[in-house]
Design a protein around this ligand. Structure first.
Ligand code: AMP
Ligand code: GLY
Length: 432
């Protein structure tokens, strides 16, 4: 098969790495890819917004299968347009991707299908939203309805903060059109879990759980980011909890999507809060998490490609995946300043030595290969720049290996958290 992966982050590096290892894969292309992806796929200079460009490339290069990584092209209808052009693609249609693209749509769907989630109300006017916030009191959560690159959610400790968040979205239009409608909802308390399944709309193939570290600083302090690290499996996810999540959350959601005329095909990522009353949905995503995808791929023993194809073909009921009996940890290295303003263009050294460490794997998120002073170098081109991953028998051992690889990388302009996996490691220590 000739495969095209759409995207250029750590998630897409992990996908390209896994797909390139498939015996049924002849060639992997990635649009636009990055300097790390170039080691396992041929990168083509087409952005993820350029839907016509992606379709033309796939057609001209006899691509058998397109795998779409990020949410924006899914919500924009890339899979619909590929399908219309006679090309096979992995990912939901635009109608199904609304589960991520409109929080109001998602909340109404859950309410209609009795899926446990935070109570909520939708608003298109600031005055009504503020009145609701004053009635309900704090803590409370204010969310932009549409895609806001991970920045549209404000967990508010006070009513004043919630009013400011409403003004930021509706009056200052900080998230553009994505914030012209808001969802205001209950602030839930508990431990967070990312749970992933492949689904062809009906059959479900669980990929298990992972935990992400959203805050920028050690001890989960400071502003939220796209994710500073992750680990899998998630120790909180035992067999009983997984059964409950599948029965009470994932399956009724998929039945609801099918009943709404938008069966969901692809990877469904449930962001869950494990509350004292059981698991509840925080949000749904229509794609793999990043960096969570990196730890999922590190643990995967089976060939991913047939499972992705079976998802697209509606034949997932016949698939099975095997996982390594190991834990995986990924530490994100970001440019200093992230998630605020940061510099681009600094040189990253030591990547080859880090990748040579047995059990470690360096995934690139925002890098570029350039010539500097006549020498080829890898430079930082984004906020989150690298995902340094490792797998081992325990989370503690995988964490130690990941930090060994991090410390081999010479990049003074970058930083990372030093405590990725702390919750699981504390549990391992308690058990020992
Ligand atoms: P999201 O962008 O939807 O992933 O939200 C970002 C983060 O905000 C989540 O990972 C949670 O930590 C937090 N969050 C969102 N909604 C809620 C809620 N209803 N209750 C508590 N925390 C929330
Ligand atoms: N790591 C969180 C996300 O991919 O949305």
């Amino acid at each position: 098969m000739r495969v095209l992966v759409v995207g250029g982050g750590g998630r897409e590096h992990a996908l390209c790495w896994a797909i390139a290892a498939s015996p049924v894969c002849d060639k992997v292309y990635c649009a636009p890819g990055n300097a790390g992806i170039a080691a396992v796929a041929e990168c083509v200079n087409i952005t993820t917004e350029n839907i016509d460009g992606i379709i033309a490339f796939a057609r001209d290069n006899k691509i058998d299968f397109v795998v779409v990584g990020p949410e924006a092209p899914l919500v924009a209808g890339l899979v619909d347009k590929l399908t219309d052009a006679g090309l096979k693609a992995f990912g939901p249609t635009a109608a199904a991707a609304r589960i991520e693209g409109s929080k109001g749509f998602m909340k109404d769907l859950l309410a209609k299908n009795n899926v446990p989630t935070a109570w909520y109300k939708r608003f298109t006017d600031a005055a009504g939203a503020k009145k609701f916030v004053r009635e309900k009191g704090a803590p409370i959560v204010v969310k932009a309805d549409g895609l806001a690159a991970g920045k549209g959610v404000t967990v508010c400790a006070t009513v004043a903060q919630a009013e400011a968040a409403i003004d930021a979205a509706m009056t200052a239009k900080e998230f553009g059109a994505a914030g012209s409608e808001l969802v205001i909802e209950e602030c839930m308390v508990g431990e967070e879990l990312s749970y992933f399944v492949l689904t062809d709309g009906f059959a479900v193939l669980p990929l298990g759980g992972a935990q992400d570290h959203k805050a920028v600083g050690d001890g989960d302090t400071g502003p939220n980011t796209g994710g500073m690290g992750a680990y899998a499996p998630a120790p909180i996810l035992d067999a009983a909890l997984e059964e409950k999540i599948l029965r009470d959350i994932v399956k009724p959601t998929l039945r609801g999507m099918a009943a709404a005329g938008a069966p969901f095909k692809g990877v469904l990522y449930a962001g869950l809060m494990i509350t004292k009353d059981g698991p509840k949905v925080i949000e749904y995503n229509a794609r793999f998490g990043d960096p969570e995808c990196q730890v999922l791929m590190m643990r995967l023993k089976s060939d991913i490609l047939p499972a992705l194809v079976a998802t697209a073909d509606g034949e997932l009921a016949h698939m099975d995946l095997r996982w390594k009996d190991e834990a995986a940890v990924v530490v994100v290295m970001a440019a200093k300043g992230y998630p605020g303003a940061y510099q681009k263009g600094s040189v990253i050294g030591g990547l080859t030595d880090a990748a040579a460490i047995e059990g470690a794997q360096v995934f690139h998120a925002g890098t570029k290969a350039e010539m500097k002073d006549g020498k080829p170098v890898i430079t930082a081109q984004g906020g989150r720049v690298l995902g340094v991953a490792a797998s081992a028998k325990t989370v503690s051992a995988a964490q130690a290996l990941a930090y060994k690889a991090v410390d081999t990388i010479a990049w003074p302009e970058g930083f990372c958290r030093r405590d990725i996996g702390w919750r699981a490691i504390a549990r391992e220590k308690n058990k020992a």
